[in-house]
Ligand binder design. Sequence first.
Ligand code: ZN
Length: 237
Amino acid sequence: MKLLGGLQPSAVVQGAVLGYPSPIAAGQPHLMVGDPGRCPGDASLTIAIFDDSGSVAGPAGSDPVSNRYAEARAAFDALARRCRCGQCHAAVLHFDLVGGAGPLPLKRRVPGSLSQALTIPPDACGCSLLGPSLAAASRIVEGAPSARDLALVVFSDFQLFDADLERVLADMADFPGEVQAVALGANPDIGGLDPGITVTRLTANDPPGALGRALLRSLAHGRPGARIPPDPSGMAL
Ligand SMILES: [Zn+2]
């Protein structure tokens, strides 16, 4: 296993990104997600939105044990370990608009509230609407005028039930920064996504860390020296 930047410990990680038999708990070996490089000097903000609906998180869903959250945490950890500027911010939102956190700086460590937001909220209903969290992301951006490098990452199977889905997907494409759709499961419904959106498809067959690397590619956008291993379904950086 190749070490990247001397920062990522080599570790044996079992299981797959999705469909892993048990979540990777805190304290277990770091997932190999890569090196996000150096802080660019400008303020940045990455907003991650998570779909906790039954088709993703249910017993027969595309990520029934919520390993996506352990992988997302690994990506945030990787950036935090490299941030010295205090201007690299992240926010976490859920489709249900409960249990979110941020934006907060990721300097040296992931803030506790942001880390705690990386789980299925206990009071989540599992709605399949993207519109409300997308609107919340827009409000966060409006409240962070100094953030020059913006990124949005939506983790979903895109089996969405928004009343005006076409409008919602247009709004997603109009986000004023890089937009990545991480399409979960074997049958994501990504036909309506704008071609300007980067689509990363992940299934149970992808290697451990693929979801974390997908998030880290957005977190590391514009960062000099970023080195993130390629995945079959994702682009290298
Ligand atoms: Zn930084």
